[in-house]
Ligand binder design. Structure first.
Ligand code: AMP
Length: 590
């Protein structure tokens, strides 16, 4: 493979790359850099995140910009503020030996006046989000008359995010003799339309089918029932104590919910999605980049601007609808030559989503079993042993206490001592995972159907008015049934009362223990009720059970460290700590 200097780049650029630790060009750099340096032809490049595409388009531009001219000569459009900032930062690093070259990121959510002032000082390369760029053009603060290069980075994502109009406006405002460089991970019709309408006989380049890291990525799936998705996620985290991962969810709400649960369960986790303020997003990304967070739960769009190279796992908490998005997600691991694992947690019904993805990534998913309690305990135990082995002892500080400690422990021999020290932390894990049930689900239906003969249907005098949710109801049942892992069937939460089904073998037990219990200051009443027929509402709904506030002490089933979200065994854990405990009490954003 060639070196950067062989691609025609100047010594001052090569020097900055050496300083950044870039030893050899990536595939897309090898192809694009000489092409852009040697020709004014438009370029259509298939390249995903992580391929080194930023350097691929920006190095030849940096080299060719006329630094004596203060006009804006290159405009780079990116879908998100984070990515725009990242690109501008990269360009500043690449051009650090060319002090007269100025670059600026312009994006929404930040003072436009400051950006205008910076533009007025003269900026040769502008990196902008489409919205803010159009705004500056309309205000006549960003002149595009001298543009020689226009880059559309992650063009598919910009169109996905609804920036078609802005792109049209910008493309129309730039001189026709500019060179347009379009980088996209996918080429749906909308991207092809942009290429057709605004590019002249573009050269097409593809840096392999996938990003540089994709060969190092293995794809695994875990098949569970829907309600075991979250417990499975926890086990995946537990069996990988050094996990550094993005967990992808499909909606902002789901993202927040899963992050909240992980935080409550003591994991080093946080959320990243569009409902957070820019300041909150920046803070979370900073923490994740600095590895003060192990697990980032994110939506696809929010995770876009995050540039991290050494993720151990990408976890699809739920698979995206489009196979293409899976390639975006999985491309975030296995970067810069490192190995990575892309995991999909799926239900039996979602199995059919795997084949289109397999066709796209040209690789097969390997089914992996959700680890059992013993496997997790073993891994955690050895992690603890390693920690004991590697811990640095502060001889000076501990010295004064040691004589008394030796005296106190003198009857214990070496083996006994080791066992006891290890047990201090490990007992919690052991008891947590004792009798942990098998979460794997091989083609079993998710939940017993309504009307299943093995289930008994109950009425309960609690409903949405009491903040009852399926998760809280399961929690309530778990708390009062002495036997764990009892099958729970359909749950129907209505306004002031609800219905649920439980394994008929435990019906009497439940009647006895749950009746008279308290939930949200109400005395719980449950009764056997007729099975639901067809899909209609139960006849119970017409009986109009009167609501009476029974008062009494309040019991909160909704928060704290208990998880009533579905896995009856895996309610709470005590052994893990937030890795960023120094950041004070956690924000809870809802
Ligand atoms: P990009 O696809 O531009 O987002 O780049 C992905 C990551 O790879 C970034 O962190 C870059 O700093 C890094 N990178 C890009 N090109 C190289 C290279 N030739 N050698 C090493 N790292 C690189």
């Amino acid at each position: 493979m060639s070196l950067f200097k062989d691609l025609g780049l100047s010594q001052e650029i090569v020097d900055s790359l050496i300083e950044l630790g870039y030893e050899k060009p990536t595939e897309i750099q090898n192809i694009s850099i000489p092409q852009i340096l040697s020709s004014k032809n438009d370029l259509k490049a298939f390249a995903q995140t992580g391929t080194g595409k930023t350097a691929a388009f920006s190095l030849p531009i940096i080299q060719q910009v006329n630094t004596k001219d203060k006009n804006t000569q290159a405009i780079i459009l990116s879908p998100t503020r984070e990515l725009a900032i990242q690109i501008a930062k990269n360009i500043a690093e690449f051009s650090k030996n060319i002090p007269s070259l100025k670059v600026l990121a312009v994006y929404g959510g930040s003072s436009i006046e400051d950006q205008i002032r910076a533009l007025n000082r003269g900026v040769q390369i502008v990196v902008g989000t489409p919205g803010r760029t159009v705004d500056l053009i309309k205000r006549r603060r960003l002149a595009l008359d001298n543009i020689q290069w226009l880059v559309l980075d992650e063009a598919d994502e910009m169109l996905n995010m609804g920036f078609k109009e802005e792109l049209d406006k910008i493309l129309e405002s730039t001189p026709s003799d500019k060179q347009t460089l379009l980088f996209s991970a996918t080429f749906p019709r909308e991207v092809e339309n942009i290429a057709r309408n605004y590019m002249t006989s573009p050269i097409e380049v593809t840096a392999g089918q996938k990003n540089v890291g994709a060969d190092n990525v293995s794809h695994e799936y875990y098949q569970v029932t829907d309600r075991n998705r979250y417990p499975a996620l926890k086990r995946i985290a537990d069996v990988n104590p050094n996990i550094y991962s993005i967990v992808f969810c499909r909606t902002r709400r789901e993202t927040q919910e899963i992050a909240d649960k992980l935080i409550a369960d003591g994991y080093s986790a946080d959320s990243l999605h569009g409902d957070l303020s820019q300041a909150q997003r920046d803070m979370v990304m900073q923490k994740f980049r600095n590895k003060n967070l192990q697990i980032l739960v994110a939506t696809d769009v929010a995770a876009r601007g995050l540039d991290v190279n050494d993720l151990t796992h990408v976890i699809n908490y739920k698979l995206p609808d489009q196979a293409e998005n899976y390639t975006h997600r999985s491309g975030r691991t296995g970067r810069a030559g490192k190995n990575g694992i892309s995991i999909a947690i799926i239900t039996g019904k979602e199995r059919n989503k795997l084949s289109p993805i397999e066709r796209k990534i040209k690789k097969k998913f390997v089914q992996t079993k959700v680890p059992n309690g013993k496997e997790i305990c073993e891994i955690q135990l050895f992690k603890l042993i390693d920690k004991v082995h590697d811990i640095e002892v502060n001889e000076k500080e501990i010295k004064d206490f040691l004589p008394d400690i030796y005296t106190k422990l003198e009857e214990l021999d070496r083996e006994e001592l080791i066992k006891r020290f290890v047990s201090i932390e490990f007992n919690q894990f052991l008891s947590y995972y004792q009798d942990a049930r098998d979460l794997n689900n091989d083609d079993k239906p998710d939940r017993k159907r309504a009307g299943d003969e093995s289930l008994t249907r109950f009425y309960v005098n609690l409903g949405k008015m009491d903040d009852l949710t399926p998760a809280r109801l399961i929690g309530l049942i778990n708390e009062h049934l002495k036997k764990r892992n009892v099958e729970i069937g359909q749950i129907e939460i209505l306004k002031s009362f609800s219905f649920f089904e439980v394994d008929k073998n435990y019906a009497d037990d439940l009647l006895e223990t749950l009746n008279g219990a308290e939930f949200n200051n109400r005395r719980v009443i449950i009764e056997l009720t007729a099975k639901k027929k067809g899909g209609g509402r139960s006849s119970r709904s017409s009986r109009g059970f009167g609501r009476k506030d029974t008062g009494g002490g309040r019991k909160d089933y909704g928060g704290g460290r208990k998880d009533y979200g579905g896995d009856k065994k895996e309610g709470h854990r005590g052994s893990r700590k937030q890795s960023d405990s120094s950041s004070g009490p956690r924000r809870r954003r809802r």
